[in-house]
Design a protein around this ligand. Structure first.
Ligand code: AHG
Ligand code: MN
Ligand code: MN
Length: 336
């Protein structure tokens, strides 16, 4: 049987699932940008891409060279095609306006250009996360600059979400709202090939992911839950759990999509004004859409992440996602 490339899959989606042609084009362009980022990442010290820029992003985080390179690759790839009304990125203070010389389109692209930046210099997996929204009609104008309000839509409104993981293999994992597909980059062919046709997260798991070094800052429900996990067979949960933490959400979520598990980045007392570390628009929403489409669950401990009405572009959120049984349990602990 012939191999199904990303392009062929998207064309079939256009026919069978009414995926609009401009959305197909958008995804193709994002995939091409991810290939370019993968190439830049793989050059490492040979390409002079390691290390920091000496600048900070709007979140107050030091920008790595590859954060900036990846951001530029995504902007340049997507600005001219006429499929976007605007873009927003973890690495930019404000929404990116499509330059006046290019046509505008109906979609908004939101991304974390390089997730897991602290892994770059130590040669561990990183990734790119993206989310596609429709630009509400009232913000669609060829002349005016795009209002940031256009982006502030709950995750349920996403029409597509995906990530690329730059690990031992480069993969693109994608949902258009009808299940989750995984494509592996064939470097000789230069195309993403469908290798994971129906990604499902098992309901139960014995593996969790959390940065344990923050435990002294956690809130009581999280401390209680993790204590129970650590108590293993002799504890109230009656089973031994294993732990993994890659420090790149893309890689931790990819593992969970592959063999199940629970990922947690709770809010804690370090910065009380910020509910957690991860960003709702660039990280939590796209990953929650993918996880739910794979049969998993995703909450902030109180409500479904996809239902949260964003109030600002760079908003943070607590994240619990993965296998249903454990996400339900830790969410229930938050409720009393
Ligand atoms: P980014 O590199 O885009 O800033 O994201 C890093 C995020 C996320 O990918 C990961 O799960 C988490 O930060 C790791 O945080 P700690 O360093 O606190 O463990
Ligand atoms: Mn990130
Ligand atoms: Mn990032």
């Amino acid at each position: 049987m012939s191999r199904v490339t990303l392009s062929r899959y998207l064309i079939e989606q256009t026919r069978s699932n009414n995926t609009p042609a401009d959305l197909r084009f958008l995804i193709e362009v994002v995939a091409r940008a991810c290939k370019e980022i993968s190439h830049a990442v793989s050059k490492g010290a040979l390409g002079g891409v390691l290390g920091s820029m000496g600048t900070e992003n709007v979140q107050g985080e030091v920008q790595k060279k590859l954060d900036v390179i990846s951001n530029e690759i995504l902007l340049e790839a997507n600005e001219w095609g006429g499929h976007l009304a605007g873009m927003a990125s973890e690495e930019m203070d404000n929404a990116y306006q499509i330059p006046g010389k290019y046509p505008k389109g109906a979609y908004l692209l939101v991304f974390d250009p390089l997730d897991g930046s602290s892994n770059i210099d130590v040669n561990v997996s990183v990734g790119t996360i993206f989310s596609v929204l429709r630009c509400p009609d009232q913000y669609l104008s060829q002349n005016d600059s795009l209002d940031e309000q256009a982006f502030l839509q709950p995750g349920t409104k996403q029409v597509c979400a995906g990530y690329a993981i730059y690990g031992p293999q480069t993969m693109l994992v994608l949902t258009l709202g009808n299940g989750v597909k995984g494509f592996t980059l064939d470097r000789e062919l230069g195309s993403f090939v469908l290798t994971h046709d129906d990604i499902r997260i098992p309901e139960t798991t014995a593996e969790f992911a959390i940065n344990m070094s923050n435990s002294r800052h956690w809130e009581p429900p999280v401390s209680r839950y993790v204590e129970e996990l650590l108590a293993g067979k002799e504890g109230p949960l009656g089973k031994d759990y294993n732990m993994r933490w890659v420090a790149a959400m893309v890689a931790d979520v990819h593992r969970i999509l592959t063999r199940g598990g629970l990922f947690m980045y709770p809010r804690d007392s370090r910065e009380p004004s910020k509910p957690g570390k991860l960003r709702l628009m660039y990280e939590a929403n796209p990953m929650s859409f993918i996880v739910e489409q794979a049969g998993g669950v995703s909450t902030n401990g109180i409500e479904r992440i996809l239902d949260i009405q964003p109030t600002s572009l760079h908003q943070r959120v607590a994240v619990y996602l993965g296998s249903k049984e454990e996400v339900d349990r830790v969410t229930a602990y938050h409720q009393g």
